[in-house]
Write a protein that binds this ligand. Structure first.
Ligand code: NAD
Length: 505
């Protein structure tokens, strides 16, 4: 199994003008989550090759940092254009190695192209008297970028765009589960950036090479997206590193809770639960922003569970849970779990719920005969009498904990209790005083009141970032998107007349 996918991968990389750097049958094995087949073996980087790449990034950064802003902007616009030209190819790579459905993969590629342009727009101040204006601070130098498996492309682009616009270079270590997307992106990047292609270096490997990247003395800043455990490891490493003057950006795990109040009409209850289905099921529970805990007033608990059951029954019966490599797609981007470890975590959580006196609805394994090495599951509802230690963990699978509460004070305490409840919190209520209390006491980086998308965040324009154990720093910061990737020591405000032709070079 896997020969067809391997061949297809070769064709996709050929379409990007490059080759899959295959390493026979040794090195880092890349598995296709849709069927469990190994589709590539990549040569992992060593500490020596990492150092070479850091040096190349430094050299590229020297040439880049003296370019005028307009030249940097046009090259980044070119990356966006080439991404759009190859959107289907990149989407297929995402489907093969990250298990994305076609629809979700295309949304991710389009979002990646858009975020490059959005960062350029956000970084420019409004024109004044015909003057184009921006703020410039000294660049950091070389940024070590570490990313997670679940959004292999768009999360990187959130950071590549401001880092480059701020005149830095990057050494990117993608997840060991999804490095092919990074290699495909590198081909797009090289085609657009020409002589400046060296600004983005890719290192292949797992946690060990990530640790080496963080510790490397010539890496001037770290921007990492991953689990809370990864964040702790990186903070500990930075604490003893000499070159650690620039604050890292850490985008970490979330454990997003939503309160459903009894101060709600039947129609609004139905709407609320339908609204959060997307953030429960999205990417099969493998998003940092998934709704993971539902805190429901005891009076409406039974009714709420019945409504959710109806939605899940309908979703399963629709036949939407299929291999993403089939033509079937679904509105939630619901496909397989990334691997056996994710499935084991899901199963362990279900077992623990039962041991703790709770009840599991749905959550069966699916398509096992067809794909014994791939992990498709029904979404699961985990009913618990009260919040337990298990609910402080990010299960990172389609499992929704549901607990009852008796008053809003207790609901807020449950919502805020886990250290990793720092990304998104929400409430559905028709009581203004409850909404105000939630806004004042929610400890997560984002608070959503009666959201039409559950805990899916309205990040654009608001910035994106976690509090508590869920992160440090803010990305997609519309007010000053480049700031995190610059040094604070001096600061210029640049204004240039847009009507004077600058054509005498
Ligand atoms: P992970 O923590 O297992 O790995 C993430 C990356 O960090 C990988 O590239 C890995 O090799 C590397 N890594 C792990 N430990 C490291 C260390 N000590 N030093 C250096 N590098 C290290 O996470 P994952 O399973 O790939 O992704 C899922 C996690 O990412 C979830 O917790 C999810 O919530 C989180 N996430 C957060 C955001 C956000 O914006 N807050 C976005 C996407 C994913």
């Amino acid at each position: 199994m896997g020969d067809g996918e391997k061949k297809r991968l070769g064709e996709l990389f050929k379409a990007l003008g490059t080759m899959v750097p295959l390493w026979e049958t040794a090195g880092l094995a890349i598995t296709c989550p849709a069927n469990g087949a190994v589709i590539a073996w990549l040569a992992p980087d060593s500490v020596e090759s990492l150092s070479e790449k850091v040096s190349r990034a430094h050299a590229a950064q020297q040439a880049w940092s003296v370019l005028h802003r307009s030249q940097r902007v046009s090259l980044l616009e070119a990356v966006s254009t080439v991404l759009k030209q190859h959107r289907e190819v990149l989407a297929e790579v995402l489907m093969l190695e990250a298990g994305k459905t076609a629809k979700e993969a295309l949304v991710e590629v389009d979002g990646s192209a858009e975020v490059l342009l959005k960062t350029i727009r956000d970084a420019a101040l409004p024109e004044l008297n015909g003057m184009v204006r921006c703020k410039e601070r000294p660049p950091v130098g070389v940024v070590g970028l570490i990313t997670s498996f679940n959004f292999p492309l768009v999360v990187a682009n959130w950071l590549v765009a401001p880092a480059l616009l701020a005149r830095n270079a990057l050494v990117w270590k993608p997840s060991e589960k999804t490095p092919l997307t990074a290699l495909a992106y590198k081909a797009v990047f090289a085609a657009a950036m020409g002589a400046h292609a060296g600004l983005l270096q890719i290192v292949i490997g797992g946690r060990d090479i990530g640790e080496a990247l963080v510790a490397h003395e010539r890496v001037d800043m770290v921007s990492a997206t991953g689990s809370v455990a990864m964040g702790k490891g990186i903070k500990a490493a930075l604490a003893v590193k000499k070159n650690n003057a620039v604050r890292p950006i850490l985008e970490l795990g979330g454990n997003n809770g939503v309160i459903v109040s009894e101060k709600i009409s039947q129609a609004h209850l139905e709407w609320s639960l339908a609204s959060l289905m997307g953030s429960f099921l999205g990417t099969s529970g493998q998003r940092c922003t998934n709704t993971r805990r539902l805190i429901v007033h005891r009076k409406i608990h039974e009714a709420a569970v019945a409504i959710l059951q109806k939605h899940i029954e309908h979703f399963i019966a629709s036949g939407a849970i299929q291999s993403p490599l089939s033509a079937v797609s679904n509105e939630y981007g619901y496909g397989p779990l990334i691997d056996g470890d994710a499935y084991d975590r899901f199963e362990r959580a279900k077992k623990k719920v039962m041991e703790e006196g709770g009840k599991i609805l749905f959550g069966k394994r699916m398509l096992e005969t067809q794909y014994p090495n791939a992990y498709y599951v029904e979404p699961a509802l985990a009913l618990l009498p009260k919040q337990t230690a298990l609910m402080h963990e990010e299960i990172f699978a389609p499992l929704l904990f549901i607990v009852p509460y008796d008053d809003i004070e207790q609901a807020m305490a449950i919502l805020n209790a886990p250290a990793n409840a720092g990304l998104v919190g929400g409430i559905y209520t028709q009581s203004q005083s409850e909404a105000d209390r939630f806004a004042a006491e929610n400890q997560a980086g984002h608070g959503l009141i009666n959201s039409p998308k559950g805990t899916g965040t309205p990040a654009f324009g608001m910035g994106f970032g976690g509090n508590k154990a869920s992160g440090e720093g803010e990305i997609l910061n519309a007010a000053d998107p480049l700031r995190a990737f610059t040094r604070e020591d001096s600061f210029s405000r640049i204004a240039q007349n847009k009507d004077v032709a600058m054509d005498k070079d």
